[in-house]
Design a protein around this ligand. Structure first.
Ligand code: SF4
Length: 228
């Protein structure tokens, strides 16, 4: 039985590996002694991202696929090198298949515009790509299973700096388990890329006094971005 489990794990790991390589733009992967080279297609990062989005749209890695209306992959541009990452899609996002389109999304748009960018200039996504029912917190196993998609996205986007919106995103990006106030005071990194953590726009809607802190964090974000 243990041997069967071992084989299943190897098959699963191999499948993930080849899916990642294909999503990264390889047309085909040649196996065999002396023929281990792969043919890397001349794809732009945008084309590679679009391919990955198509694959994630079919994802059934965790039970959240059963209750979703749409996979919410992410939107925007990689050209500025600014990536905003929230927790998970809510009801509006699930219905429209786009991140941050509800009231919290409108506030995020205003925050982005306050630093002289259009929303389309930056890339916006979530840690989890499908809506947890009732907007509950995603379970650790759901985060584990979905994290490969975000990792692949960030590998393609190659951000200069990441803005983690809320404690959940800050935890997922930094691997640390801190309070929101502590995340804000730390120099955080995701695989060598600076992460600036701030309050989720939804938290600001519930408690408008947090907006000042968000403004300070966004200034810090822009300072790091300019020097990256
Ligand atoms: S939440 Fe992520 S891992 Fe789960 S089904 Fe959706 S895309 Fe797949």
């Amino acid at each position: 039985m243990k041997e069967l489990d071992g084989i299943a794990n190897i098959v699963s790991a191999a499948r993930s590996y080849f899916q990642t390589r294909l999503a990264m733009g390889e047309d085909s992967i040649v196996l065999g002694a002396g023929r281990g080279r792969s043919r890397m297609a001349e794809r732009s990062p945008e084309e590679t991202l679009a391919l990955l989005e198509k694959r994630v749209a079919r994802c059934k890695r965790c039970p959240l696929h059963k209750t979703r209306t749409n996979v919410v992959f992410g939107t925007g541009s990689r050209k500025t090198g600014l990536v905003f990452i929230g927790e998970a899609p809510g009801r509006d996002e699930d219905l429209q298949g786009k991140p941050f389109v509800g009231r919290a999304g409108q506030l995020l748009t205003r925050i982005i515009e306050a630093v002289k960018f259009d929303r389309e200039d930056v890339y916006i996504t979530n840690v989890i790509k499908c809506r947890p029912e009732g907007n509950r917190d995603p379970l650790p196993e759901e985060v584990d299973l979905c994290s490969i998609h975000l990792a692949e996205q960030l590998e393609i986007l190659k951000p200069k700096v990441i803005c983690a919106l809320g404690r959940f995103a800050a935890q997922a990006m930094s691997g640390l388990n801190l309070t929101m106030a502590s995340y804000r005071g730390e120099n955080l990194f995701y695989r060598g890329t600076r992460v600036v953590a701030t309050y989720h726009p939804a938290a600001c809607l519930r408690n408008p006094s947090l907006k000042r802190a968000v403004w300070e964090d966004v200034q810090k974000l822009m300072e790091i971005w300019k020097n990256a």
